[in-house]
Design a protein around this ligand. Structure first.
Ligand SMILES: Cc1ncc(COP(=O)(O)O)c(C=O)c1O
Length: 461
């Protein structure tokens, strides 16, 4: 076997230092305060299974699974082989003028895995442009139907749908969200103001308000909002099945069903943003139908579609929506497309990834492991008064601290003990690779327990 071409470079401590310095001097990382000096980032040299390995060779459990995306784990030879083979067979083909086996096979496969009736796929580069595509498709459809005013979008506080102009416009603007997320309107002064009516059907049940009553209140909010904006002006409702970046907020059991019924009554399209929840995170290909009992009109997905090996996203659109405009007179091109829509290498990676999820029974594994994962999480919540709430579903978890700096402190304490977590304000969230075993899950929770124990020693409420 030939040595890895970068093997020497990787092990060279001087080079490790260069990398950190080059990164700090030249790379702008996402969501950074650019008025402050650049942060030194944890440098990852390699990754295998559920572990990240730093420059010094330390193994760190990847608590966030990349960014909720590395579902099948790192370093799979089968993925590398499939990707390399596809590069040699056909690196690229224009989605404007050609079709090819990996792309067509993936579209067919996604239609098979999706809830019934979602049989059309538009490929994108990731989640933000999947959301853009879904929204632009609805603007287009409503124009074709002559419903030109039907363009407003109902979205949720603490929702996150991406970083493009349009997907950011339907993401949380912070507002009343207890300062968890910063006010993004400051950073995006051109954010479309009335596209984002502040609707709060999230799960932050105020103290003393029972969940059912609270769900009633949220659905009533939504009804009132539809009445005040006018259904004739509303194109769609967009919702994550579980608010992910907003803090792993799991809705009451019938919330999505009731929101879906309201949409049906008012001719409002329901978009499920499954960028995080699809491909096994909750133990199913898609969470909308299997977990929440609804069939959305559109599903957006990305991340776990390729398990992060290469970028790719997809929008699944229902037959009903497409049938509604089929045959309408006139030339009406949908002027949305990306150079890399359905990229053959990405499509091949996605097919191989789905094959691994199927063959290794990873979705079933998640369903078996999830109760233990969730019990361990809640046990920490019960043990430490510093934790305001421990919540989650499937292999998604969040510890919400009472103190504002809980996330940052947990981040430092856990990393020193061999676990990466994702700090978001007063929360730390985790979504490990789905292949994590029960023993590795136990280790992960033991590290969290140790970190919380260390924090408690210096904790002043
Ligand atoms: C629910 C949801 N939608 C969309 C996105 C945007 O995806 P991307 O970062 O691939 O553009 C994210 C990213 O975290 C997400 O969590």
């Amino acid at each position: 076997m030939t040595a890895h071409p970068h093997a020497d470079r990787k092990n060279d401590p001087a080079r490790t230092k260069d990398v950190a310095a080059w990164d700090q001097q030249h790379t702008i990382h996402p969501w950074r305060d650019l008025t402050a000096p650049p942060l030194a980032m944890t440098q990852i040299a390699r990754a295998q299974g559920i572990y990240l390995i730093d420059g010094a060779g330390n193994k760190i459990i990847d608590g966030p699974g990349g960014m909720w995306c590395v579902n099948i784990g790192y370093g799979r030879q089968e993925m590398a082989d499939a990707i390399a083979e596809q590069v040699m067979e056909m690196t690229y083909a224009s989605p404007w003028f050609t079709c090819h086996e990996p792309g067509a096979m993936l579209a067919q496969k996604l239609s098979e895995l999706a809830p019934a009736g979602l049989n059309h796929v538009f490929f994108t580069n990731g989640g933000s442009d999947a959301v853009d595509t879904a929204l632009r498709f609805l603007f287009y459809r409503n124009n074709v139907l002559g419903k030109t005013s039907k363009k407003k979008i109902l979205c949720r506080e603490q929702g996150y749908h991406g970083s493009s102009y349009l997907s950011a416009s339907v993401s949380s603007t912070g507002g009343a969200a207890a300062g968890r997320l910063m006010d993004r309107t400051e950073n995006l002064p051109l954010m479309l103001p009335d596209i984002n009516p502040a609707l709060r059907p999230d799960n932050m049940s105020p103290d003393g308000m029972r969940m059912e009553a609270w769900c009633d209140a949220k659905i009533n909010d939504m009804r009132e909002r539809i009445d005040s904006v006018g259904a004739e002006n509303i194109a769609c409702f967009i919702a994550e099945p579980v608010l992910a970046s907003g803090g792993v907020i799991v809705p009451p059991p019938d919330y999505h069903q009731r929101a879906w019924e309201l949409c049906r009554q008012h001719d409002i399209v329901y978009i499920a943003d499954e960028v995080v929840t699809a491909f096994g995170r909750l133990g199913h290909w898609f969470a909308s139908h299997e977990v929440f009992g609804i069939t959305p009109d559109i599903i957006t997905c990305a991340k776990g579609l390729t398990s992060g090996y290469v970028p790719m996203g997809a929008v699944l659109i229902s037959d009903t929506l497409l049938d509604s405009i089929s045959g309408i007179d006139g030339a009406h091109p949908f002027t949305n497309g990306y150079t890399y829509s359905g990229h053959p290498v990405a499509a091949r990676a996605a097919l191989t990834n789905i094959g691994i999820l199927e063959r290794e029974g990873i979705l079933q594994h998640v369903r078996t492991l999830a109760p233990y994962f969730q019990e361990s999480l809640r046990a920490l919540g019960a043990k430490y008064p510093m934790i305001g709430e421990a919540r989650g579903v499937g292999l998604l978890g969040c510890l919400e601290g009472v103190a504002a700096d809980f996330g940052a402190r947990m981040d430092a304490l856990c990393e020193a003990r061999g676990l990466l977590v994702r700090p978001i304000g007063n929360m730390c969230v985790f979504s490990p690779p789905l292949i994590i075993t029960r023993a590795e899950t136990a280790t992960m929770f033991q590290i969290l327990d140790d970190a919380l124990g260390a924090m408690q020693e210096n904790y002043a409420p």
